[in-house]
Write a protein that binds this ligand. Sequence first.
Ligand code: HXC
Length: 517
Amino acid sequence: MKIVSDKTAELQRRAEKARGMGGPDKVAAHKKAGKMTARERLDALLDEDSFQELDQLRHSRSKDFGLADKELPADGVVTGLGRIHGRNVCVYSQDFTVMGGSLGLAHAEKICKVMDLAVESGVPVIGLCDSGGARIQEGVDALGGYAEIFYRNVQASGRIPQISAILGPCAGGAVYSPAITDFVFMVKDTSHMFITGPEVVRAATGEECDFDTLGGTETHSTKSGVCHFVANSEPDCFRQVQELFEFLPQNCFEAVKPRPTADDPNRESAVLDRIAHQDAKRPYQAVEVIREIADDRTFLEVHAGFARNIVVGFIRLGGRSVGVVANNPAHLSGALDISASEKGARFVRCCDAFNIPILTLVDVPGYWPGVEQEHGGIIRKGAKLLYAYCQSDVPKVTVVLKKAYGGAYDVMSSKHIRGDFNFAWPCAEIAVMGPQGAANILFAREIRKAAKPEEKRKELADAYTKQFSNPYLAASRGYIDEVFEARRTRAKVVNAFRFLRNKKVPRIAKRHGNIPL
Ligand code: HXC
């Protein structure tokens, strides 16, 4: 009896030490900075009492630079299994109170273990990141540990959803694993991501910057595009992760569980009719159209602050998860530029990887022209969206709302690149370019020679508009399957996706394509 209780006491002593994290002072300082502890975060993210910790007693074998005398509870990362809304998930949560959440070999191996379990069992993995990067004292072991994680991130990519929440400073190697994952969340004021901090930047380039301007939420959600979702607080972040989780499957072989809805699939929309009838030059928000089509008018926007000329995110149609890609005329007239192409391409690939059908809403005047775009690589980077759509074989339904000009018509899931159903509103304009540009090129000589060139230009542009600025040439060729009134869009797309539910396309045998990265 005594032996048992000694052993129990020993286990309790060890477990308590691990659960004490970096000790009361470090934990107090951490909480004073407005942050939750690694363990509190898991409690907030996961279903109540669902967390089962693994490797709580794991510790570093490194002895250099004083590590031999240091206690590093759980080696600075809490790992294990849990559930979100009853669905299995693997998790890790870095503990900043233990050596700044820095990553040593044992820490890395713990993360690798749950990643391996996630892939083998086909469940998503969520990382709660709060780390100063490679643990300097562990040298190449720490670098190797990171590389093992990166390797696993890539092997897992497209098999299971991978989500990263950045909950503190993440520096060096700590940013590359999140960068490979499918979705990155950040929290206002407390999250920062950078390869090297402001001090190193100053020393290397002479540039002055602070944590926020270098790698805060504003920077990564609007400029770099690293961050997909911004939260106001940590609890808000976990709520958002749970919300996103509902739109994703457990793995690429399983479907997302449908959510029953009372929203009539045939619901008509006066708002869509109004948008269709308003002057083509008057912009509208793509989000307004998306909400009108979606079940319960609910839309989870992804990457909301980045490349606002294209809108991407998730809705449900007839209860089923659907990814939406929409040009947004309210920003840059909805034209495609480098950032929009990359944002759209990544989202299309994500949906395709996880068997989520794609609805494409087209209102695009073309690619955004300019020296900056050309020099920045719009040819190579714009091709990513084209490539992503061409490669995807999930069910794809496209609706041309208004403009679909030039190469952008082709790119935005046109029939030619295997849109399954391609629809248009009666006000759609499908042509090589807009009437003014076309008249200027086609009739340059006539306009120049005319007694009143401006009147001639208008007359010729009007003639072009009459002939080409409509969906009927495309419909006559079968490139548009049906033209319908805007108010009926929801019924039409719900029905189309229902029909496509069992779509199967044989894949060509090859190693992999060579996307213009
Ligand atoms: C070991 C580290 C550490 C690290 C922080 N700490 N980062 N220990 N290795 N990488 C320790 C600190 O010494 C300190 O220990 C505790 O964590 C908290 O750190 P502070 O600096 O006091 O906190 P704060 O002021 O909030 O600053 C956080 C920070 C800063 C911005 C993350 O610590 C920092 O800049 N760290 C270094 C970041 C970095 O350059 N990492 C890159 C590593 S190289 P005590 O004992 O005082 O509490 C890398 C390459 C991988 O990652 C490449 C893969 C591609």
